[in-house]
Design a protein around this ligand. Structure first.
Ligand code: S3P
Length: 443
């Protein structure tokens, strides 16, 4: 385990700059997985080289895919082709990455071999029952002590194509079932009452799979994938991650006199909830140059500060901005008036219990807040809280980055106990933020 790396963010003035945030984590994972099982060599530009995605790269290599980066930073993934995945000899350690764990277990569930998975202390606490249950119905067999990692999966030689209604709004569960369904004879269906990110569906289609999305009478989406497709290698140009862009974006909204341009940011409607919420709060975010990149909508964002006001964010927003709540809490802590964010149960099972941990750290910084059921209520004064504390991050990259952004405006610095996990999703975060004018230092 890496040594904890304490970081301190001190008050700064205007942020200025023009940058492209790192590649989208969800799209990067999926490009490595689908590239790894397709026929031919997939090329990927803009791949997120964060620790989470590198865990997926290592796992696919362990199962037979040849993956290398060339001198121009283009990743080449030689796929193993239909039924070509090999049984991994070693335990697949996917570190901090829930996406690697759930999607790769799904992939293995449709292949007749045994794979063993483990992860770090954060990932070993996270629920896997949500994938074990549907994948068992498809014929996979599991061994685990408590429905969590470490876990071993023995895939089905002939997976059963199931129809499964998601009990939790989770793109990871949906994707795990679809990846297992690739090995099934017939149509696997996932019903989503609440839409979640659809990168798996988009990418499966672009690799040549037959995948249809229809509506149930009540409006739920039915995603139908025909099994045993011939997946053909693609070129993928990964857009910048809106979840990572969220940190410099909120920082620029909060720091007076700022002007920050964020290029190539993915604006898939199922990911872009934060932008509409911040705009409704009064944030000034200009969206320009809308275009398509790698099958996904992207645009350039120009962010300038404004007075933010607390609003009511309905639970229906949660799936389209689930990873952005920690940084939204930081924004709400500096806004004027009460901000109520509803339906945040899923935040309790992320890299940490984000509801509890953010509440604890914000309260230490001097924020007046309440948690009622699964709602977070933040009573802002229109001024940043005082800061002057060191908060616990519990191996959670987004908690770490959220408090460092808050510390840019609190009168007293904010420290975090460990910034090493930032590298899971946003390598180079500190340098990028300091390049804009932030004052983040070791220690
Ligand atoms: C992800 C889905 C989300 C998100 C995670 C990445 C994905 O999780 O929180 O960071 O790539 O599919 P859930 O689908 O479990 O909500």
């Amino acid at each position: 385990m890496a040594t904890p790396q304490k970081l301190t963010s001190s008050p700064c003035t205007a942020l200025k700059g023009d940058l492209t945030p790192p590649g989208d984590k969800s799209i990067s994972h999926r490009s490595v997985m689908l590239g790894g099982i397709a026929e031919g060599t997939t090329t990927v530009t803009g791949l997120l080289e964060g620790e989470d995605v590198l865990c997926t790269v290592a796992a696919l290599r362990e199962m037979g895919a040849k993956i290398a980066k060339d001198e121009k930073n283009v990743w080449h993934i030689e796929g193993v082709g239909p039924a070509g995945l090999q049984e991994p000899k070693n335990v697949l350690d996917v570190g901090n990455s829930g996406t690697s764990a759930r999607l790769l277990i799904g992939l293995c569930a449709g292949n007749a071999f045994t794979a063993r998975f483990t992860g770090d202390a954060s990932l070993r606490k996270r629920p896997m029952g949500r994938i074990v249950e549907p994948l068992s119905r498809m014929g996979a067999r599991f061994e685990s002590e408590n429905g969590k990692l470490p876990l071993s999966v023995t895939g089905a030689a002939n997976p059963t194509p199931i129809t499964y209604e998601l009990p939790v709004a989770s793109a990871q569960v949906k994707s795990a079932i679809l990846l297992a369904g690739l090995g099934a004879e017939g149509v696997t269906r996932v019903i989503e009452p609440v839409p979640t990110r659809d990168h798996s569906e988009n990418m499966l289609r672009s690799f040549g799979a037959t995948l249809a999305v229809t509506k149930r009478e009540d409006g739920a989406d039915i995603v139908s994938l025909t099994g045993k497709p011939h997946l053909k290698a693609q070129h993928i140009d990964v857009p910048a991650d809106p979840s990572s862009a969220a940190f410099p974006l909120v920082a620029a909204l909060l720091c007076p006199g700022s002007r920050v341009v964020l290029r190539n940011v993915g604006l898939n409607p199922r990911r872009a909830g934060l932008i509409s919420v911040l705009r409704e709060m009064g944030g000034s975010i200009a969206i320009e140059n809308r275009r398509m990149q790698g099958g996904e909508p992207v645009a350039d964002l120009t962010v300038t500060p404004g007075e933010l006001s607390g609003i009511d964010v309905p639970a229906s927003h949660a799936p389209n901005m689930i990873d952005e709540y920690p940084i939204l809490f930081a924004a709400a802590a500096c806004a004027k008036g009460t901000m109520r964010m509803r339906g945040l149960k899923e935040l309790r099972v992320k890299e940490s219990d984000r509801l509890a941990l953010m509440a604890k750290g914000l309260a230490q910084c001097g924020v007046n807040l309440d948690i009622e059921g699964d709602d977070m209520i933040i009573h802002g004064t229109g001024k940043p809280p005082k800061g002057g504390v060191c908060v616990e991050t519990a191996m959670d990259h987004r908690i770490a980055m959220s408090f460092l952004v808050l510390g840019m405006q609190t009168p007293e610095p904010v420290s975090i106990d460990d910034g090493s996990f930032i590298a899971t999703s946003f390598p180079g975060f500190t340098a990028m933020m300091n390049g804009l004018g932030a004052k983040i230092q070791n220690g």
